[in-house]
Design a protein around this ligand. Structure first.
Ligand SMILES: Nc1ncnc2c1ncn2[C@@H]1O[C@H](COP(=O)(O)OP(=O)(O)OP(=O)(O)O)[C@@H](O)[C@H]1O
Ligand SMILES: [Mg+2]
Length: 417
């Protein structure tokens, strides 16, 4: 179907854009895929033009003689497209015909794949958007949009597709940090219940063994002097049979250190104990993370910010270690509301930030990919965003968020966002 003719604009056609005047019976939509002289483009802007009204000084005169110059004869729809053949310096000639692109060609250009994850329909076509899984989560995936735009829904679709994959096509495990219970439906659905496990994080514990001097400093802000003394006490604790919080407390109490340091250490430990999260043992995730299965870490009932941070950082750290030791299969960790864990500014309260940044930088080597979901890209760690190789961007209005996405993903044209 002929949809228009390429026009010669001020600086188009060029190697990245062309514009055309549309035929009367084509109704253009943003996102439509079209081609001219074999060059495939996507509609990014639609403008109306009327040569009668180009010169402001003569506009009023046309109203008087509009009978002789019917406006509609001069009305044109101009459609701007960006070219989707990266690297190729080709562009259609002015005057060439623009047509709808064939589905075969579109499928090739978009790199769709029969065994890929079906994320919906390609805009303006009947093609299933089957994206090759290895491409999508080769490194990390960022799913960004304003609140209510459908991020969690898209992530759920992605998870369904991963759970439904055949063994021979490769089935990574999926783990979700679920803050608002958006993914609980998997546990009650007839199709996925068997493959899904949910851990109520409000009942989860962190092993006292993790209270090493480095973590005590990070988690409680204990003074340097107190940490030096604590190092000796913690060594002794590690040699004990009883590794409860009470035992650690006893050892501190009876350590004979000077009263001021003792008071500071005791207050740090008390503060952590109030979170009611430490126990001799913590849940081991290796039995729960399996190929083609979903593990939901359900934080819905965890109201305390520090407890959330502590649990998230501990369990992400455990997952990363297990993966590095090959005790769990390759996995994708879905981080909902990621700005709650890895903000742009290095604030010490956000305990999971370091481990998430480490995974963003090095996870790919170990088959550990992240799916970062956020409604506030502008508040997200740049280190993490810039390590993402795939972006699913839904509706975004805030210009600061748009700017941040463009900075993190250089190959993305601003018009796309
Ligand atoms: N593709 C879709 N088609 C129809 N409805 C959708 C689609 N995606 C999401 N919705 C609906 O839109 C609403 C918001 O979706 P969702 O919870 O996924 O948004 P969100 O971006 O995760 O929001 P938030 O930032 O608040 O977490 C839901 O009621 C959901 O059912
Ligand atoms: Mg959501």
């Amino acid at each position: 179907m002929n949809v228009g003719t390429v026009i010669s604009g001020d600086d188009t056609p060029n190697s990245s854009n062309f514009s055309f005047v549309s035929t009367k019976d084509y109704v253009p939509f943003l996102g439509d895929f079209l081609e001219s002289q074999g060059v495939v483009g996507q509609v990014v802007e639609i403008r109306k033009k009327n040569s009668l009204y180009e010169d402001p000084s003569t506009v009023s005169e046309f109203h008087n003689i509009s009978k002789d110059f019917p406006e509609d004869d001069y009305h044109n729809l101009i459609v701007d497209c960006i070219i989707l053949s990266p690297g190729e310096v080709i562009t259609p000639k002015p005057g060439s015909v623009v047509v709808k692109v064939s589905e075969d060609k579109l499928s090739k250009i978009l790199g769709l794949n029969e065994t890929g994850l079906n994320l919906g329909k390609v805009i303006g076509s009947n093609l299933d958007a089957k994206v090759k899984m290895s491409r999508l989560i080769q490194k990390h995936l960022a799913l960004l949009a304003m609140s209510g735009a459908g991020k969690s829904n898209l992530a759920a679709v992605l998870i369904e597709e991963m759970l439904e994959r055949k063994k021979q096509d490769g089935r990574p495990a999926v783990v979700v940090l679920d803050l608002h219970g958006d993914y609980k439906g998997f546990a009650s659905s007839p199709e996925y219940a068997e493959k899904t496990k949910v851990i109520d994080m409000s009942q989860s514990k962190v092993s006292v063994d993790r209270l090493n001097p480095r973590n005590l400093e990070k988690w409680s802000g204990a003074s340097e002097g107190a940490i030096v003394e604590y190092s000796k006490i913690f060594k002794e604790f590690q040699g004990q049979e009883d590794r409860s919080f009470e035992k650690l407390n006893d050892l501190v109490k009876n350590s004979g250190i000077n009263p001021k340091t003792l008071m500071s250490l005791e207050s740090s430990l008390n503060e952590l104990n109030e979170l009611d999260v430490f126990a001799s043992r913590e849940e081991q995730l290796n039995r729960l993370v399996k190929n083609g299965s979903l593990l939901i870490l359900d934080f819905t009932s965890v109201d305390d910010f520090r407890k959330l941070q502590l649990l998230a950082s501990t369990y992400i750290t455990q997952l990363y270690r297990l993966r590095k030791e090959n005790k769990i299969p390759p996995l994708m960790l879905v981080v909902e509301e990621a700005h709650n864990y890895c903000p742009e500014r290095a604030e010490s309260d956000y305990l999971a930030r370091n481990i998430l940044e480490t995974i963003a930088r090095e996870g790919r080597k170990f088959g550990f990919s992240l799916c970062i979901i956020s409604q506030r890209p502008n508040r997200l760690s740049t280190t993490i965003l810039s390590q993402c190789n795939s972006f699913c961007i839904l509706r975004i209005m805030n210009p600061n968020d748009t700017k941040k996405i463009q900075e993190s993903c250089e190959s993305l044209d601003y018009n796309y966002i």
